[in-house]
Design a binder for this molecule. Structure first.
Ligand code: NAD
Length: 420
């Protein structure tokens, strides 16, 4: 039997929770298939005057709770299956943390590192034009994801505003503050990871002061998670990116490591550290492992060798269902993506609220509200995990599915006597 696709992994995750809830067929059916997926071709005149046609997707999974929301990824491995899976995770994530959004995601097949700034701008503008009929502040609101950032969001917002003839800051989140971005959005995913790690550490009786941490992926989610956990007293002993990894048994300063990456283009060669492979990082003897790169990193092939006491999923989909089972049996706590990295979409929601109201909040206010939401979501999931004897991922899906079912009943999409 071949390996499952990422979307098949999502279906397994939905079914694992749905089976425990005895969820009837209709809700399951609605959650199993995305509402729509748009495939687009984006012609870009490159710097050498040749025309390159890029392929992109926008998938809207489910909008029962509100307009759909989710990032846009620029990566050479983007495919429809991946975008569908990422969109579905957004539906459950927004439901879990109680914000009024459905789930969506987008992606373009491209290696942005090979493009000039001019080409990247043309591609960004071309993509947003291509998906413009199905997005908007009341329909579907994009955000940054792997290899997209505040600059790309600015081009998206500017292009859409020109197209519609209306200044529309609420179209996207993750914008720079000067264009209506929210204080705290840039590092919100990682700040949420920190709040969740504090709660999870209490739950397993782990003292964060001196706790060792390995971080896979040193971009937005990973590097800020390392910074915030370092500030909490953790010892960051290993990190990597697509070019390689570093290890130092006494720990290193992640802010200096980020500076080194910015200056040299990679973490490798950072002073006082040895090189390590990706597999060594994942199976390292640490207290906390933070996958913050891509999907399918912790699988049945390496789950038996994981030595971390807990795994906090900053990335989406880093653990396969087979690995989940192995790790649950081994009593390693996994805080699932839809909970651990929900800080990003939560502050995106704050940004959108500020854009719609045209009234802006202080950084303290953003951080305080984020902490409240993350801690409450953790409690709900942890209590479900304990009360029902299920792993944290199943617990998170149970909490999310209950709210989605309530909303489907209220809208009349399913009958009121629908069982869950
Ligand atoms: P990013 O582009 O800022 O960083 C990605 C990092 O991963 C880079 O350092 C890259 O070098 C590294 N990487 C890529 N392939 C790798 C590999 N094979 N091994 C090790 N490292 C590798 O992206 P990001 O926004 O930090 O996203 C990372 C993950 O977090 C994704 O799964 C994303 O969906 C998830 N996430 C991001 C946000 C957000 O707000 N940015 C929110 C929620 C979830």
């Amino acid at each position: 039997m071949g390996k499952s696709t990422i979307y098949e992994n999502v279906l397994t995750q939905i079914n694992n929770a749905a089976d425990i809830l005895n969820l009837d067929g209709q809700v399951r059916e609605l959650l199993h298939e995305p509402m729509r997926t748009l495939t687009v071709s984006i012609p870009v005149k490159m710097d050498d005057e040749s025309i390159h046609v890029f392929k992109g997707f926008r998938c809207q999974h489910n909008d029962v709770l509100g307009p759909t929301k989710g990032g846009i990824r620029f990566h050479p491995q983007v495919c429809e299956d991946e975008v569908k899976a990422l969109a579905a995770w957004m539906t459950f994530k927004c439901s879990l943390v109680g914000i009024p959004y459905g789930g969506a995601k987008g992606g373009v097949l491209v290696n942005p590192k090979e493009l000039s700034r001019n080409e990247l701008e043309k591609l960004s503008r071309g993509f947003i034009q291509a998906i413009s009929p199905i997005i908007g502040p009341d329909k579907d609101i994009p955000a940054p994801d792997v290899y997209t950032d505040a600059q790309v969001m600015s081009w998206f917002m500017d292009e859409f505003s020109k197209l519609k003839g209306v200044n529309t800051p609420g179209l996207v989140t993750g914008k720079p503050v000067v264009l209506g971005g929210s204080f705290g959005r840039h590092s919100a995913t990682a700040r949420g990871v920190m709040y969740i790690t504090i709660e999870a550490a209490k739950a397993i009786d782990l003292d964060l002061n001196g706790a060792t941490v390995a971080v896979q992926g040193f971009g937005n989610a990973g590097s800020f998670s390392a910074k915030f956990l370092h500030e909490q007293g953790c010892k960051i002993v290993a990190a990597n990116d697509s070019k390689g990894g570093i290890y130092c048994k006494d720990g290193f300063n992640p802010v200096d490591a980020a500076k080194h990456k910015e200056e040299t283009g990679s973490l490798k060669g950072f002073q006082g550290c040895d090189d390590i492979s990706n597999e060594d990082l994942l199976t390292m003897d640490v207290d906390i492992l933070i996958p913050a790169a891509l999907e399918n990193q912790i699988t049945e092939d390496n789950a038996e060798n994981i030595k971390a006491r807990m795994i906090i999923e900053a990335a989406n989909g880093p653990t396969t269902p087979e690995a989940d089972e192995i790790l649950f049996k081994r009593e390693i706590m996994i805080v699932p993506d839809i909970l651990a990295n929900a800080g990003g979409v939560t502050v995106s929601y704050f940004e959108w609220v500020q854009n719609l109201a045209n009234y802006y909040w202080s950084k303290d206010e953003v951080d305080r509200k984020l902490e409240e939401i993350m801690v409450e979501a953790f409690e709900k999931v942890y209590n479900t995990h304990i009360d029902m004897g299920v792993n944290m991922r199943v617990a998170a899906f149970i909490v999310a599915i209950k709210r989605l079912t309530e909303a489907m009943k209220a809208r009349g999409w399913v009958y009121n006597d629908h069982k869950y």
